[in-house]
Design a protein around this ligand. Sequence first.
Ligand code: TNX
Length: 759
Amino acid sequence: MNRLIATLLVLLGLISVHAQCPIIPTPSVYQESEGSVNIAEEISIDPKFLPDDIKDYIAQLFPRLFKLRVVYSSAGRHVVFRPLINVPKDHYSINIADRIQINYSSDASCFYAVSSLIQLLQEQDGGYYVKKGFIQDQPKFEWRGLHLDVSRHFFSVEEVKRYIDLMAYYKFNTFHWHLTDDQGWRIEIRKYPKLTEIGAWRDSTVIGHYTDSPRKYEVKKYGGYYTQDEIREIVRYAGKRYITVVPEIEMPGHSRAALAAYPELSCTGKHQGVEGLWGVFDDIFCSKKESIDFLKDVLDEVLELFPSEYIHIGGDEAPKTRWKKCAACQKVIKENGLKDEHELQSYFIQQMDGYLTARGRKLIGWDEILEGGLSPNATVMSWRGFEGGIEAASLGHYVVMSPGSHCYFDHYQSKNPSEPLAIGGFTPLEKVYQFNPIAPQMSADEAAYVLGGQANLWTEYIPDMKKLEYMAYPRALALSQALWCMEKPDYELFKKSLVDYQLGFLDRLQVNYSRALFYPELQLKKSREGVKLHFKGSAEAYHFDVFTKSSEAPGTMGGGQVMSEKDTMNFERTQNKVVDYTFRVSSGFSAEASVFKFKAHPSIGLDVEYVTPPAERYNSGGTLTLVDGIVGVKPWKGNEWVGFNDQEIELIVDLGEKKSLTDIELNFLEDHGSWIHLPALIRYSVSANGKKWKYLKSARIETDQNPEKGKFLLYRSSLNKKGRYVKILITTYDQIPEGMPGAGNVAWTFMDELMIFTK
Ligand code: TNX
């Protein structure tokens, strides 16, 4: 059926275009008509034109997933296939009438059609039915990736296969396998056996968050690796699901596991074990010829194992501390007329680029490979936002977008305090859904260089498959929409397909997906005298109890209240005290209650003017965040903190009327791994009219810039002055010092909450 006929049928009312689509990612065209194809006990498929791999896939999967016998016969009572010519690559259509006819333009698109069919089969009375109708579909982006870090935590062959299985259902086609890092080398290299004998094992692993102080370790041998046979098996397994495996061998940084095995490849030669802590470490591959030759040897074996066009060489977070002091590195700089260590990194990457290009492959690396000059054939994977990708595209290089803001599935997905420990950040389902690999500021020419996008699963805080699934699902479904759909339906429609169809499917597969979608959210609005609070979520009503630490709980609240989304609770600014509230909220959707903390204090709901605007992605609550009564926590979940990336930050608070100021309190976050540092200086001024300012005092913040210390600081200063407006001027240190993550960049300043006390 072509589009014209489909349109006619719509006009005749025989099919409906507004039908809710069960398939995710949503196909370009989905239409339903009256009736269905019913299938019970066995599914009869005509194997003609069905590629062998897909034939095997169906034969293995359908009996398991649907308890349907698969019968291949030329009768093809239920399903028939037909290759299409003269249509774009990866295009398919499914016409469901008396039987299901799948038309496809490539083997991959035949597989995508089968993936859609899997989601179309709906259970009924012990059998299955597929609604009649028409589907037409093709992918938007050619790189639809999910990444997995198996260094920080190791995942078995079976677990990796399951990860790949799940990817296949959602039409991902690239599995980025992060095989080496500081905490473990996971790929057998025949020429260098110590890489896995020594480099695959660590003696201890940090437990809790790496910024905890004091830190705790589990002292226990941990590790594992994949033999070359196992790797071949996984590459083959993924290939049968039309997924390309792109291996990543990290260089020159994140290489402590390799250096534990071969310390002579570092600058100092110092013997150190495989790292048990998360972070960025100074010891990296030396840029001398021996290290580069070693890596080329490693790549030789990698190329034998992985047929992928792209080979990922890492390139991120490589401190130049050792290179600066290393005679061998300085010699390379001199001999090659390089300006500095950044150009040396670029030289290093160019060696690999040349090596891979000569062997018919392409190098891809994290966006740091832009620093010091991008190697001629390199493709950039942009993780520190979209900027690196935009720059690379403007230089005519291919790009995969994987910005932390939308694509880091190691971040928190809800603000619920019951969320299991994560590295930090806040990337809820809706945020992922908003992801578009093409940044709005890109020209059409630049956009043409964007291959697609990818989510990353760094596993510092993901020790097992259960947690991995919890972090990846259902966010991976939102990502699949962003990467596949020509035109994404709006978020509410996506959510409906998710809830009505996909969660049941994930349940059948026993995926431990997150229910964050159903958690109520606490939302706040400014009111005249303070803030208004309500619960938002998928439920009609929320049942809650309120507890207060102080005895002054308003009498109208207590246990067993019920509130709908429209109801609000009003909190007025207090007279100079802080009242702590705890809400325990439940809805019919999730068994567990959500717990929220709220502080009523003298500044809630005040007008704060950000003279320096905070970074958009760390200011979801607008100007209210600093005075909303929700205090930023650690590990940070992103949006209860306000984040700035400037060296001078100016804020003006309006108290509404002239008051006698006593004290001011301001909290800052310190998390060096995320480039968040304490500021250097805070200056306070007051004014009666917002025009003429009187400088009051300053507070210098003592910080030893010690990354071991990660802490969370609260500054209280006494003001003792009358005024209506308070100006807060914050100055950061010049830049992040050498040897620390993000060295040379302006540090981030994260603050929350602000309280001004008066008499
Ligand atoms: C930064 S993303 C890293 C990883 C960490 C990750 C944690 C990137 C290229 N490097 O080494 O695991 O942050 O989110």
